[in-house]
Design a protein around this ligand. Sequence first.
Ligand code: SF4
Length: 67
Amino acid sequence: MKVIVDQDKCVGSGQCVLTAERVFDQREEDGIVELLDPEPPAEAAADVRLAASLCPALAIRIEDATA
Ligand code: SF4
């Protein structure tokens, strides 16, 4: 799984950090998303998918290697 975030779309709501804190963080100054792990391990995949579905700005994109 590869994760891509669009910081221009992000509105800093923090849903992704609450859902998958090992993969996402937020910039201290403005709350915009930071990607900690662009290729998260399989055990984090469900949380990352949930985070992407919860993101109100649709700023999280997932690419599956097997797709
Ligand atoms: S859930 Fe979406 S809008 Fe909110 S901080 Fe994460 S990437 Fe940004």
